[in-house]
Write a protein that binds this ligand. Structure first.
Ligand code: GLA
Length: 521
């Protein structure tokens, strides 16, 4: 009897020990997760799939979109990541190496990346975790994970979306974990966007692997914005709110705001939902043909401020009243709260947002800012009443103070410094990177990470909300050839004290054997 109990006890201890080890493995973050300071607020940018599908994705289209980002004001509002999706941009050669499709992308994928970086934007690329991409037009990364991520790093991608087509027999978590390791091994800090459409429940494990993960199937077929499906996507994504945090985002897919078939009201509501859910703000409409109203919606800095809040909390539905939803649970960096009232009914609705709804004392005297009308009222006690048209929203910010600061929105004039000098004489060259914030407050000085090569030094100077990173290169002792450095600078958001996404840019130096040295950006 006694022997039997000892045996049972030993088995229980072994089981508990194994369970503990498994749990520890589940939750242990990969060594690199978070070290690179990537996407500490949701990534913002543009991706082609929702509007265009595979055709006509090519260099011309991406360059036209880059121009539109610059001229429309979207770049100024923080949209930065841009590049082809499944756009037939590379193939695999006989030796197994990825090579650019020069017919569609005559500058090559590195050339396209340089173009994007020179404009002060970030470069996004796409591939697949299986044997081929979805349309089978491009090779997938299966069994080539490390070489392929090295190719993406050589092309100087800053963001890689990895799809989940043609993955028969593959395990989701294992496949993406391997790809995350391969990205890390590439040596270039790259935002990792997992795209398994929710398969394998990435919200449970992907925070230690990548920066964002799709939570649902596609939001629409290319070119066909679908409001009802978008609402289903939002509802599914809402349930996962606990998984979001700085550097790790639920991704309910690229936006459909501004696509044909959606009304101005629907665009505003869609954008408010994505802001409230701390969702990546990847525009999916044709930026070359936007109405003034679409631009106005996509560049509303007060709404974007909710999305880019440094605390990185995803809002959720706090209460439903028939077809009216009250979204809350989104405290912001300055102690205020975001609240969204969304009316999915067919008639205008009057809704009462009470302070207890959002976890505050009924007696509190609070100011209410409407982020679409840009008007503040109050102080109110107990709550506030709003009237909301069908399909429309009231996006509110509620605060003890009568000030509503916008967190940092970072915009740079370039992310690529190119310098060229003649080899025979020692030269000192300088080139500037100008970085500004379109948030309410000036930032502390960006701190450049030590460890730059001996030929490069960077100093930072400040003037209000703009800072200049002056790159000084000395060619003393350098031989003819190409030199490269990736500069990293870090900062702290001054109101919350939270770390900001790291700022990275490339410096290229070419030493030629003849000709005058010159400086170019
Ligand atoms: C999947 C993804 C889409 C897009 C296409 C490309 O469907 O979810 O976002 O990348 O593949 O084929």
């Amino acid at each position: 009897m006694k022997k039997r109990s000892i045996a049972i006890l030993s088995i229980i201890i072994v089981i508990l020990f194994i369970a503990h080890r498994l749990r520890a493995q589940d939750t242990a973050p990969a060594a690199h997760a978070g070290d690179e300071g990537l996407a500490l607020t949701p990534p913002m940018g543009w991706y082609p799939w929702n509007e265009f599908g595979q055709e006509p994705q090519n260099e011309k289209l991406i360059k036209e979109i880059v121009d539109a980002l610059m001229t429309s004001g979207l770049k100024e509002a923080g949209y930065a990541y841009v590049g082809p999706d499944e756009g037939i941009c590379f193939s695999r050669d006989a030796s197994g190496k990825l090579t650019s499709n020069l017919e569609r992308y005559p500058s090559g994928l590195r050339g396209l990346g340089d173009y994007i970086h020179k404009k002060g934007l970030k470069y996004a690329l796409y591939t697949d975790a299986g044997t081929r991409t979805c349309s089978k037009a491009m090779p997938g990364t299966k069994d080539h994970e490390f070489e392929d991520m090295a190719a993406f790093a050589e092309w100087r991608a800053d963001y890689v979306k990895i799809d989940w087509c043609n993955t028969q027999g593959q395990d989701v978590a294992k496949s993406y974990t391997k790809l995350g390791e391969a990205l890390h091994a590439s040596g270039r800090p790259i935002v990792f966007s997992l795209c398994s459409w929710g398969e394998g429940q990435p919200w449970r494990w992907a925070a230690s692997v990548g920066n964002l993960w799709r939570t649902t199937g596609d939001i629409c077929a290319p070119g066909k914005a679908d409001w009802n499906n978008a609402m289903k996507v939002a509802a599914a994504n809402e349930k996962l709110h606990e998984a979001a945090s700085p550097g790790h985002w639920n991704d309910p897919d690229m936006m459909i705001a501004g696509m044909q078939g959606l009304s101005e009201t629907q665009n505003r509501s869609f954008f408010s939902l994505w802001c409230m859910m701390a969702a990546p703000l990847m525009a999916g409409n044709d930026l070359r043909k936007m109405t003034a109203s679409t631009v106005h919606i996509l560049t509303n800095l007060e709404a974007i401020g909710i999305n880019q809040d440094p605390l990185g909390i995803q809002g959720r539905i706090a209460r439903r009243n028939g077809k009216v939803e009250i979204w809350a649970g989104k405290p912001l960096f300055d102690g205020s709260q975001a609240v969204l009232v969304f009316n999915q009914g067919a008639a205008p609705a009057q809704a009462q947002v009470t302070w207890p709804d959002i976890g505050l004392a009924e007696s509190a005297a609070l100011y209410v800012r409407n982020l679409w009308t840009h008007q503040t009222t109050g102080p109110h006690s107990g709550g506030v009443s709003v009237t909301v048209a069908p399909n429309d929203v009231a996006l509110l910010r509620i605060s003890k103070a009568n000030t509503f600061p916008v967190p940092p929105i970072i915009v740079a004039d370039t992310y690529l410094v190119s310098l060229r000098a003649e080899g025979s004489t020692t030269r000192k060259l300088t080139a500037m990177v100008t970085v500004k914030t379109n948030g309410s407050k000036a930032l502390p000085l960006w701190k450049v990470r030590p460890g730059l090569p001996s030929w490069l030094s960077v100093s930072v100077t400040e003037s209000g909300k703009t800072q200049k990173l002056t790159n000084t290169v000395s060619t003393a002792g350098l031989k003819k050839g190409l030199y490269h450095a990736l500069v990293r600078a870090d900062n702290i958001e001054p109101v919350s004290g939270r770390p900001m996404s790291a700022l990275y840019y490339d410096v290229d130096l070419e030493i030629t054997s003849g000709g005058a040295g010159r400086v170019s950006k």
